[in-house]
Design a protein. Sequence first.
Length: 113
Amino acid sequence: MLSADISIPYVSNVMKSSDFYAQLFDINPVEKSPTFALFVFENGFKLGLWSCYTVEPGINQIASIPSGEIVFTVQNKPEIDALYQTWGDSSSGHRDPKTCLARLWLFLCRSRS
């Protein structure tokens, strides 16, 4: 069974958003820059904040529609390939091509709604 490791909302101002979450959760980010911030909670869950202007692969950000990612970590490339096939067969979404960024394989599945 998959479990989500990271949630990454895309935000217009990472610095301002990270200050908000730092105060809200009473924790400091382990990484903070103008384009990305990362919070790690005691239970291991991670909250990343990514600039909607610099996210890769690029997105068509519409200001009034929140966007982001939910990240599931798998152990090896065959697991990625299996998920890619299974999730791509779903009629309720759209699957982007697999991409390798910084030696990490990833793909995006997007809801059709």
